[in-house]
Write a protein of this length. Sequence first.
Length: 94
Amino acid sequence: MQDSETFTQLWMRFWKLHWAESKKCTFCGGVCGCTTCHVYIKSGMQNLSEMEENEEDRIDMADNLTLESRLACQCEIHGDVTVLIPDQSGFMGH
């Protein structure tokens, strides 16, 4: 992991290394325009950047919102973090 890397950047780096260059892990491409990267922070919340206003506004649209909810594309990682990725199958149309 690189310093101040977001979950989306980390995922995209992994995806490019292991799958295909053209794929995206979110509908919006990581610009806080959807909630497909909604995750629950199970530990390490203190190792993430503070939630900014645009994320606060957008995350209210996520399904099954909790106090542990964050939009992964908006989080800068500064240490160990454990996340739970909620079931998005209904949202993703599967």
